[in-house]
Design a protein around this ligand. Structure first.
Ligand code: 6R9
Length: 659
């Protein structure tokens, strides 16, 4: 990214001071930044002390063979023990670990830490009985039900790395993951609830198993939770392979002695899409990952485990569900909410009602959700009492300043700091974020690396850019929860993340970013989302934020489409706010004029299409590749990772009558 661009976002000058009550009792204060920078290893050793180790490490970091790191070398621990048993042993067995809220109204379940311990032990015994031993991989393909958490922890307890596959993914996507990590067992359910009706899961597992066998890998057992009770259909059950959870797990002993594993023992593999077709299996290991997630969950959300009620709306099939619904929060022994369904079923206030009912104090969600609530208008959240909230978090994409301010104002009643947290599947933990009691909020900026983390924005030559300039976001020092490799592909690991700035030894995140005049970081999205219009580099985020700042616009996605004259041209897809109706006859001209005014003539969209929905992944990332297909009049490509695959049809239908 060059200097001439990306200046519009930085005109954003609203600032929010940390509230006095939070600052006064903050878990971390400003001093932590310097202390951590002065001696990172000592700082991380201190954070590792949050966990219970059965054997202390001999060395904090072994970085003798970069980029292959080892953290807390020689240390031993059990991740599930740290997330569950130790809280029970400390007398907190009766504390609620999960307030689970099913999608059908009234279908709720509270699990205490003691109950969670019993179920995890039972599931660990059942998996062992099915032949799973330490090192074997277990695939988990479940809806957002407590058994998903139990299954993950049971795997961790017996040292079997799990790979959770989002329940909305196709049998094809599941099969490719089964084959890549050679999963021995799958944990799934008959189905799950979505918008009030039961949707089958098990048939997709059967298909995936067949596809996997055709590629030479046989899954041995499938453990099936009965969630919906739906008919499995003809041939829908294979006695040689399929086992009911309620038989195998509920019948198992609640006694299980956790074994200690090496700090570097694999904890899980999480697949994330790469720039090429084949998804990358990101490997996380035990001691460093748990240290990183528990520390950041405590520091970034200023967690008070005794009194907070925490809710992260992410799906468990996404890394956020792993780090900030399972491992971080449970290691910290907090009470949290887990919700099965979609935000707007059976009614649009569902999320806000959950916050009201459970008196949620910390809420963590994605910009895409916030923008869709903006679209519906504030009357809906205004019906609920959300005064319990004290901290709001955002993750997954750059949060547009308008969405940030709306979130703070409408959901947070103008009291709550918003922490815009930048991180990745690969980083395992939050890396760049404000600290709610220390940093003032700047809408749209993730601010600075948290204490213990070293990040920079560099130019092509790997040199830090000056304040006010843009470049590539890199991490300049190893961190405990860093990915260890791509499963089975060390070369791809080195190429993807460590080759671009090989000489400097930097981790290349794949994101573009800018430092403002104060040196604070604004993440601008993936570097491949940058357009080149008549030789000017424009970021999609910048134009999208300009569009979202128009009062009639709720969401916008911008892509660069091939253009004979300008190389690429700006094409925008917008969703209007409900109160804007159809936007009026001149809506397209009005929005083009708005972008022109906000950024400049060069950024004026060639085309603006008003659409009812945008194609997104489950983690809320807009799939611009598909929109580019539309903009360039191509057949729409692979949609298997879309959260809702019907969206592309809606968009094509909605395209009549646009400029
Ligand atoms: C946790 C997660 C990682 C990519 C990342 C970046 C984008 C995430 C962001 C953000 C701007 C933030 N991203 N958080 N961009 N501001 N606060 O999302 O992991 O699914 O692996 O995605 O998401 O582009 O590189 P993952």
């Amino acid at each position: 990214m060059t200097e001439e661009t990306l200046s519009n976002l930085l005109k954003e000058d609203r600032r929010f001071e940390p509230p006095a009550e939070i600052a006064e009792h903050a878990n971390l204060t400003a001093e932590a930044y310097d202390r951590a920078a002065a001696d990172p290893e000592a700082f991380w050793a201190e954070q590792a002390g949050r966990l219970d180790w059965t054997q202390q490490w001999d060395q904090v970091l072994d970085w003798s063979n970069p980029p292959f790191a080892k953290w807390f070398v020689g240390g031993r621990l059990n991740a599930a023990y740290n997330c569950v048993d130790r809280h029970v042993e400390a007398g907190r067995g009766d504390k609620v670990a999960l307030h689970w809220v099913g999608e059908p109204e009234g279908d709720t379940r509270d699990l205490t830490y003691a109950q969670l311990q019993d179920e995890v032990c039972q599931a660990a015994n059942a998996l062992t009985e099915l032949g799973v031993t330490a090192g074997d991989r277990v695939a988990i393909y479940l809806p957002m039900i407590p058994e998903a958490v139990v299954a993950m922890l049971a795997c961790a307890r017996i040292g079997a790395p799990h790979t959770v596959v989002f329940g909305g993914f196709s049998s094809e996507a599941l099969a490719s993951r089964l084959v890549d990590c050679q999963a021995k067992v799958i944990v799934t359910s008959d189905g799950g609830y979505r918008r009030g009706s039961a949707a089958a899961l098990k048939p997709a597992v059967d298909e995936a198993r067949e596809k996997s066998s055709a590629q030479g890998h046989d899954v041995e057992k499938v453990l099936v939770v009965r969630r919906t009770g739906q008919d499995l259909g003809e041939g829908g059950w294979d006695d040689a392979v399929d086992v009911w959870w309620h038989d195998a797990v509920a019948g198992a002993s609640t006694e299980h002695t956790p074994e200690s594993f090496d700090s570097e023992h694999p904890l899980y593999v999480m697949y994330t899409s790469g720039t090429t077709g084949k998804p990358k299996g990101i490997l996380h290991t035990t001691g460093g990952y748990l240290t990183g997630t528990s520390y950041t969950h405590w520091a970034v959300f200023d967690l008070k485990p005794e009194t907070d009620v925490y809710w992260c709306s992410a799906d468990i099939g996404w890394v956020t569900g792993h780090s900030y619904m399972v491992y971080g929060p449970l290691a910290n022994g907090v009470t949290q909410v887990m919700y099965e369904g979609v935000p707007d079923s059976p009614e649009r206030g569902r999320w806000w009602k959950i916050i009201q009912d459970y008196k949620v104090t910390i809420f963590y969600t994605a910009p895409t959700a916030i923008r869709s609530f903006m679209k519906q208008g504030r009357e809906i959240p205004d019906r609920y009492d959300m005064s319990s909230l004290r901290i709001l978090g955002s993750v997954g994409e750059p949060i547009n300043p308008e969405a940030y301010v709306w979130y703070r104002h409408v959901i947070g009643g103008d009291r709550t700091p918003v922490v815009d947290t930048w991180w990745q599947t690969e980083t395992g933990m939050i890396m760049i974020s404000p600290l709610p009691g220390v940093t003032h909020g700047k809408p749209g900026s993730a601010m600075t690396p948290i204490p213990g983390v070293a990040a920079e924005v560099v130019n092509e030559a790997g040199e830090p850019v000056a304040n006010g300039s843009g470049g590539y976001l890199v991490l300049t020092q190893p961190w405990p929860s860093m990915l260890r490799t791509i499963w089975g592909d060390d070369e791809r690991f080195k190429d993807t993340y460590w080759s671009r700035f090989r000489n400097e030894g930097f981790y290349f995140a794949g994101d573009g970013a800018k430092k403002d005049d104060d040196g604070d970081i604004w993440v601008l999205g993936r570097v491949d989302d940058v357009m080149n219009v008549s030789g000017h580099r424009l970021s999609t985020t910048e134009i999208e934020s300009a569009l979202v700042s128009h009062p009639k616009v709720a969401e916008a996605a911008v892509v660069g489409a091939k253009d004979e004259d300008t190389g690429q041209a700006v094409c925008a897809f917008v969703i209007l706010r409900e109160e804007a109706g159809d936007g009026g006859d001149d809506i397209v001209a009005e929005l083009r004029q708005h972008v022109r005014k906000e950024i400049g003539p060069i950024a004026t969209p060639r085309q603006i299409m008003v659409v009812p929905e945008l194609p997104k992944t489950r983690s809320g990332k807009i799939m611009r590749r598909l929109l580019r297909d539309v903009a360039e009049h191509r057949e729409v490509g692979d949609v298997t990772t879309l959260a809702d695959s019907s969206v592309m049809d809606l968009i094509s239908q909605g395209l009549t009558g646009t400029a």
